[in-house]
Write a protein that binds this ligand. Structure first.
Ligand SMILES: NC(=O)C1=CN([C@@H]2O[C@H](COP(=O)(O)OP(=O)(O)OC[C@H]3O[C@@H](n4cnc5c(N)ncnc54)[C@H](OP(=O)(O)O)[C@@H]3O)[C@@H](O)[C@H]2O)C=CC1
Ligand SMILES: CC(=O)C(=O)O
Ligand SMILES: [Mg+2]
Length: 612
């Protein structure tokens, strides 16, 4: 023969059938085939670790259809059906992925009830992963309210009914001292990101215990749909230490441990052990995202671990970033500089304090001394305005509130405070719905030509006001954003598409960068960079229609560009461990993203160059 014919095989299943070693390499390299891998592979039996990894890959026949990572439903071609031994197991028609996407969207629309839509989509994920992510990514504005806020809140509240199949890991306080062994039960070996919650502050819905698992699952679905992070690299975790929600504990469908929350040293040791076990199992640069922990744990755990692990708190830092981005973009409408404003926060928790701190950074970058920047920011908590009152208040204030305490008389009525302080920017982040009423919004409009009003609390039922209310009661002059999405608003013959001030604009891009660059840790500066990138990506046409964020429909591209900027920062500041440094950061990021297209299972033939 003039040239040696070999088979280049695309598609892990066929590959595994022909050559186990090659399949191992193929799979561990994120489904990118390298011919050079052949010589690097050890002979003999594949180590146990890979055996499990390849467990499903060996199967032909019905197993292919039952594995969501490889199933294409009726998109398998006749040739593939024959090769894989599934011919006859499907109806004869062959549909394209585009047809499948269209039909899925139609089916979702037919289900008017959001929770049914959520269940439908999650069962698609459990059936056909590629199709799920293709549908969500290409229809993100329509799908995000179903898979994320507000419906995910409802899904968490009813998770006992909605639960279908295992996803992620449930680790309880009773598993202390065994967590590493438990992690070894997880079938994926290449986890790069863990999103975990203990369920104590789920959105604005309070303590939902183990039902809070809906949130890490939802966030990680967005990692892939909005950031292109491969789903097999993501692990959602519920850290179940009990729940203080007695009603929930007594529900017959409740599936968490039925006891009050464990606190103190036991809790801390549990979290410590979990984090150490994760990095022991998956490596020091595994990203650890804290999500929806209660305030009393969130701040201190962030302080404890921020320089020890690759970690961030989404509710504090991600929210800060997206809100400051929104405020910066809003300044292009109000024509003010940040230091020209008075900021008032309704709420002084994770979200509000995180935003306030990043605002201080932003104002100091504009040349304002820190003390003066802090003087521009006022916060309200359950006890009213954060004031010092002869030092009495500071005794009770948590450490993160102290830098914002003011020497001022006590006040606790939002309207009175607004009349008195005349803020130009108000941010609602207390998790209490309907606090921005007509009188309050009228007052904001009376004091400002373009009042900036953010109603960040989630889900929609906890939003401080609706978009329609904000426009109606400010004569259409407000600059509005909300944590949960609102449909377009009509006021005085004009339609406004309001922006979603949600950390979903931040965490997929930050996580993508952290993963691909194997960042050592995530500094505060990363969130400031992210805020600037997102603020700049809002175009004049967005601002004109009332939207201070780039359209959610573009979020995959937005996250990709954001990640590239952060990767650049990471290499410039020596916190990237991936070697060598890529020249083209954007191309580097794209090369790591999950492909939304089906892979072919048909072997392709090519020739080696003729040997002389
Ligand atoms: N849009 C987004 O991307 C995000 C939105 N959020 C939303 O923000 C909300 C708050 O979250 P988070 O900051 O983490 O929660 P926290 O529990 O940390 O903070 C809540 C804050 O609101 C204050 N508060 C509660 N009730 C009242 C009241 N009746 N009057 C005045 N203040 C009150 C609390 O006061 P005290 O300190 O006295 O207890 C606390 O300061 C939630 O709805 C959450 O969904 C959160 C993260 C991201
Ligand atoms: C969006 C989010 O993280 C929250 O509401 O908690
Ligand atoms: Mg959250």
């Amino acid at each position: 023969m003039a040239s040696t014919q070999i088979t280049k095989i695309i598609g892990t299943r066929t590959l595994s059938v022909c050559n186990r070693s090659l399949a191992t390499s193929f799979f561990t390299r994120n489904q990118r085939f390298h011919t050079s891998a052949r010589s690097q592979l050890p002979d003999g039996p594949i180590p146990r670790k890979h055996e499990r990894l390849l467990g499903d890959v060996h199967s032909r026949g019905i197993g292919v259809l039952r594995d969501p990572r490889f199933n294409k439903g009726m998109a398998f071609t006749l040739e593939e059906r024959q090769i894989l031994g599934i011919h006859g197991l499907l109806p004869p028609a062959v549909f394209s992925m585009e047809e499948q996407v269209r039909r899925t969207v139609e089916n979702v629309r037919k289900l008017a009830n959001p929770i049914n839509q959520y269940v439908y989509m999650l069962s698609l994920l459990q059936r056909n992963e590629k199709l799920f992510f293709k549908v969500v990514t290409e229809n993100v504005e329509e799908m995000s309210p179903i898979l994320y806020t507000p419906t995910v809140g409802l899904a968490c509240q009813t998770l006992g009914h909605v639960y279908q199949r295992p996803r992620g890991m449930y680790i309880t306080i009773n598993d202390k001292n065994h967590i590493f062994k438990m992690l070894c039960n997880y079938p994926e070996h290449h986890i790069k990101a863990v999103v975990m919650t203990d369920g104590e502050r789920i959105l604005g819905l309070g303590d939902l215990g183990a039902f809070g698992m809906g949130i890490p699952i939802g966030k990680l679905n967005l990692y892939t749909a909005m950031g292109g992070i491969p789903p097999h690299q993501c692990l959602p975790v519920m850290l179940d230490v009990g729940t203080n929600n007695e009603q929930l504990r007594n529900q017959d469908t409740y599936f968490g441990i039925r006891q009050e929350r464990v606190t103190g040293d036991q809790y801390d040791e549990f979290i410590d052990e979990f984090l150490a076990a994760v990095v022991h199992r998956y490596g020091q640069t595994t990203l650890l995202q804290f999500e929806d922990f209660a305030n009393h744990n969130a701040f201190r755990l962030l302080e404890k671990y921020r320089n020890k692990y690759l970690t961030f708190n989404d509710d504090i830092q991600g929210t800060a970033s997206v809100c400051v981005a929104g405020i910066m973009a809003a300044m292009r409408i109000t024509k003010k500089k940040l230091p020209d404003n008075t900021f008032l926060f309704f709420g002084a928790g994770e979200a509000a304090i995180g935003i306030a701190e990043l605002l201080v950074t932003a104002m100091t970058q504009e040349g304002m001394p820190e003390k003066e920047a802090r003087s521009k920011i006022w916060l309200i908590d359950k006890a009213g305005l954060l004031v010092q009152v002869g030092g009495g208040r500071s005794e009770g204030a948590s450490p993160e509130k102290i830098p914002f305490l003011k020497e001022h008389k006590e006040m606790n009525d939002l309207l009175e405070i607004t009349k008195h302080l005349k803020p130009s920017v108000v941010v609602g982040a207390a998790g209490v719905g309907q606090m921005f009423d007509k009188a309050f919004l009228n007052e904001m409009a009376a004091n400002n030509e373009r009042p900036v009003i953010f109603a960040l609390s989630n889900p929609t039922s906890h939003s401080e006001c609706t978009a329609q209310e904000a426009y109606d009661h400010t004569q259409g002059r407000c600059v509005f954003a909300s944590g949960s999405p609102f449909p377009p608003v009509s006021y005085n013959g004009k339609t406004y598409h309001t922006g979603q001030g949600n950390n979903a604009y931040i965490f997929p891009g930050v996580a993508l960068a952290a993963i691909v660059a194997s960042m050592h840790h995530i500094s505060e500066e990363v969130f400031f960079i992210a805020a600037k990138v997102i603020a700049d990506l809002a175009e004049e046409s967005d601002l004109e229609m009332g939207r201070i964020y780039p359209p959610l429909a573009n979020i995959h591209e937005v996250s990709t560009n954001l990640a590239a900027k952060i990767v650049e920062y990471a290499y410039a500041n020596n916190i990237a461990c991936t070697y060598p440094e890529p020249v083209d950061k954007l191309a580097f990021v794209r090369a790591h993203q999950f492909s939304l297209e089906y892979e072919s299972f048909v072997p392709q033939v090519y020739s080696w160059p003729q040997q002389k």
